[in-house]
Structures are given as C-alpha cells and as structure tokens.
Design a protein around this ligand. Structure first.
Ligand code: AMP
Length: 382
C-alpha cells in the first residue's frame, strides 16, 4: 500500500486552470510544494506554483522530468489523455487513475459504468450512425438530447430533440458524426451536485449537495446546502459514496444529479474539484481543494460540515466591457462576501474569471445578498 505524502512533499498537478490554482493554494497553505504542468505558459495556476512546466500532454520526456521530484501527481482538468496519467503513474502514484479519468471523460463509458453499477440515471442509448439515432429515438422517445461521447461539459456538444418533428440528420451532422449518446430528457425540478473524496485505503468523506442554477448552460449560482428534504439530501450523498467506491476513486469526484419527482438521477461525473464546490473555501470545515490534496496524499480527510449557509456566484468574462473589469467594490462592500479572482488575463464571454461567495445566517438572506451584488456588478460595467 502506498504511504501518505506528508506536508513538505511535492505535489504535481496536471492542468493549470483555476481548479489547479485553488488546489495549489490549499496545498501550499499546508506546506506542500506544488508543480504544475500545462500546454500553456500563462496557465493561471502557474502563478501560485513553485514550478511550472509548459509542454504538450504527449511530451513524455517533459512528463518524466516533471514527475521526477513529485511525491504524488493529480489532475485538475478532465480532458487530459489517460495515457498521460498512465505514463507518470509508472514512476509516481497518480490519482485519480487513468481508468477513472477515461470513464468520466467519455459519456458512453460513464453511462455504461453507471448502468452496470445500478446507479439511477436518465435512459440512454449509444448511437454511432444516423440510422442508430433514428432507432434510438424510438426506444428513448421525445423529448431527448443527443450528446457527443467525448469532450462534453457545460452543455457543449449536445442537441435537444424536442419532438418527432426534430431534424435528426441535422442533429447528427452537428455532432460531427462522432459517437454519441441519446438520453431521455428529464423534466427535473432541480440540479444538484455532490462532492465526495476517497483515499487509496478506502476512507471517504462526502459534502452535502449544492443546488446549481445555470445560465446558458454554465453554472451561475451554487446554493449550499441544496433546498431539498433531508432524506433526499442523504440519498444524494449515499449515491455519491456508492459511485466513489464502485469506480475505485482515489481523489475527489463531483457527481452532478437531477432531482425529479422526489427521485435522484445521476447526470455526470467529474473526477476533480468542481465549480459547484467553490463555496467550501469560505463556508465549510474543509474546502474541496484541501480535501482534494488530503485525498490524493492519503492524509486523514477533513470534516465536510457546512459552517454557514452560502451562495457561490460565478464571474464570467461577460462582466468585462471593453477590457474593463467590473467594479469589485460591489462585492467587497458586503462584509460577508469573499471575492476570488483567478488572474486569467484576458476576459472573454463564457470564460470563468472568478467567483464570489456570500455567507449569511439563512440561505434566503445569502441568496438575496448574492443576487443584489451580482446585479450591481452587471450594472457597474456598462
Ligand atoms: P451536461 O453537459 O451533460 O452536464 O449537460 C449540461 C446541462 O444540460 C445540464 O446541467 C442540464 O441542465 C441539461 N441536461 C443535460 N442532460 C439532460 C437531460 N437528460 N435532461 C434534461 N436536461 C439535461
């Protein structure tokens, strides 16, 4: 059994985005050294790392050099080739494994895993041709949604097919003819997500679900804990724990779920810190980023209790106008609001530039203050 990597050791993070940046901040706070690896030299995690490697995922010589003085390797980005993780894992324990990554980054494998594990999810069929798509709409029925198997997140690579008049050929064309998954459309009442951590020796910790509100398919607000009855909250946590065990997770896993007519259906898995867990930085006993580090290093896991109700609001590049950042005092003037900016440089529509978290004695108050701040921020840039 691999031994824990204690503070003072070096953690290598594959990927240099905001999830890596916040994981690195948590790791450094605990006394670890951090190295990041990303094809971009301006990756925002690099600024808080001890060392940054700029190289392609396929560059084995660079990966070997990167891994050399790491005691553990992890990742923060889902679309890394599993072969990259496999390569570094030959010399250093790497979590999550290439196998977990390969399952989660492909919708077909992910769905097939969930089905085989007996986890409730939307009905689906794998489609590899237009003829199969036509056939699948018969068994799944309308409305349904066609999704590409690879590289799908934040609503990318999907087409909704509302009824039998939908143009299947156009939908298939739009998918680029790649392998797809046709899913039944779930008339959900709420979207939630649960973050679960698991160590190499099977210890687990799970957070309460967060309630997620999207705008244009990108997370907008994350409300914690989700406003669902306690038994359903527990069901969601149990499902996440079951998935973590069955997939043999080591590290952190975010499980996105639909709440529909008092039942929970699992939508997606992400084996890394998740946007809907950012509020754990300011509102929970242990942040998801610290938990990520603890899990991959084999340390005792931290408490997951919410200390206070919270609402996290994403700050997308749409808030910038003519290169001008919005007026941050709108956030900072609220003494309970915490501003997190990722130092990403150029803002672009849809680009995640930062977030803020509002805490309050009640969820209703946190939500009201978060909405007010966001509206003021939006107005400030115009
Ligand atoms: P995904 O990229 O699979 O996470 O999907 C992005 C968003 O599309 C989800 O957060 C849902 O709002 C919506 N969505 C995806 N699949 C379904 C479905 N089967 N039924 C209803 N809504 C869906």
């Amino acid at each position: 059994m691999e031994s824990p990597l204690l503070p003072g050791g070096t953690i290598g993070i594959l990927g240099g985005g905001q999830l890596g940046r916040m994981s690195a901040i948590a790791a450094r706070r605990m006394g670890y050294k951090v190295k990041t690896f990303d094809p971009s030299s301006t990756a925002c995690a690099a600024a808080v790392a001890d060392d940054h490697t700029t190289a392609e995922w396929q560059d084995r010589a660079a990966l070997t050099r990167f891994a050399q003085d790491c005691g553990r390797i992890t990742l923060e980005f889902e679309n890394i080739p599993p072969a990259t993780v496999e390569w570094v894992a030959q010399s250093v324990p790497a979590h999550p494994s290439a196998k977990v990554l390969a399952t989660c980054q492909n919708r077909r494998r992910e769905k097939e895993f969930l089905k085989a594990a007996g986890i409730p999810c939307a009905p689906f069929a794998v489609v590899t041709s237009l003829a199969e798509l036509k056939q699948a709409t018969q068994s799944i029925g309308f409305p349904c949604v066609l999704k590409t198997a690879d590289f799908g997140y934040d609503g990318k690579g999907q087409v909704k097919l509302p009824d039998a008049s939908a143009d299947l050929a156009a939908a298939w064309e739009k998918m680029g003819g790649a392998v797809g998954v046709l899913e039944g459309w779930i008339p959900f009442q709420m979207e939630i997500s649960v973050i679960v951590a698991r160590t190499v020796d099977g210890r687990t910790a799970v957070y309460d679900p967060a309630e997620n509100i999207h705008r244009h398919h990108i997370l907008h607000f994350s409300i914690s804990p989700a406003r669902i009855p306690a038994p359903l909250l527990q069901t969601a946590k149990n499902l996440a724990l079951e998935i973590a065990q069955k997939i043999e997770l080591v590290g952190l896993l975010a499980v996105e779920m639909f709440v529909c007519d008092g039942k929970i259906l699992v939508n997606e898995l992400a084996p890394r810190p998740h946007n809907s867990g950012h509020q754990t930085f300011d509102a929970h006993q242990t942040s998801q980023f610290e938990q990520h580090i603890r899990a991959v290093c084999g340390l005792p896991l931290g408490g997951t209790e919410p200390l206070v109700p919270s609402v996290m609001v994403n700050l997308l590049g749409d808030l910038w106008h003519g290169g001008q950042a919005p007026d941050w005092t709108k956030v900072l003037n609220d003494p309970s609001a915490k501003l997190h900016l990722y130092d990403k440089g150029k803002a672009a529509p849809g680009r995640k530039m930062g977030h803020f978290t509002v805490t309050a004695p009640t969820l209703a108050e946190a939500l009201q203050r978060a909405e007010k701040i966001f509206a003021a921020l939006e107005r400030s840039g115009k």
